[in-house]
Write a protein of this length. Structure first.
Length: 164
């Protein structure tokens, strides 16, 4: 003798829209995600997708490098140099041509501190995708910070030289 659960479909009975709707509603409640300001959740074919909204668009901007700026104006923009000698002109994507220059990476630079005084790097390529982060200093003024990806043409890479 089998026990039936309330609302269970009996084999051979016609399928009704209200039965299917009850299944869909139950699944929707099971996968419902509560989000707060600046966060969006979407259930898709590949699972749950979480995305930053609102807040992120006010503080993080997609951008592209439009020019490599070297301390020595006669130096090639693609040759390796010390990090302090390399900065960039960056243009925010979709912001009516807003450019920031000169700016050095706050994030994604492969060498820092003492290493930066004796280790040369290849600059990121013109056209490389990056981000501008709007930070605030202790006085509340907005300070742009450049975020580069590590390595490849979209980021800076270390020059490796053989020692004698």
């Amino acid at each position: 003798m089998s026990t039936r659960i309330a609302g269970e479909v009996i084999p051979g009975a016609p399928i009704r829209a209200e039965d299917l709707n009850r299944i869909v509603d139950g699944l929707a409640r099971r996968f419902q995600v509560t989000t707060g300001p600046g966060l969006r959740a979407t259930m898709g074919a590949n699972g749950l997708f979480l995305a930053l909204t609102g807040v992120a668009t006010e503080w993080i901007f997609p951008a592209r490098i439009v020019r490599v700026i070297k301390a020595n104006p006669n130096a090639s923009p693609t040759t390796p140099d010390f990090p302090d000698n390399i900065s960039y002109e960056v243009k925010v994507i979709g912001e009516g041509g807003a450019s920031i220059l000169p700016i050095q990476p706050s994030f994604g630079r492969p060498v820092k501190n003492v290493d930066a005084t004796f280790t040369k790097i290849y600059p990121a390529a013109v056209g490389a995708f990056c981000f501008i982060l709007r930070d605030r200093d202790s006085n509340g003024a907005i300070v742009p910070k450049l975020i580069l990806f590590s390595g490849g043409s979209d980021g800076e890479t270390v020059l490796h030289e053989l020692c004698s």
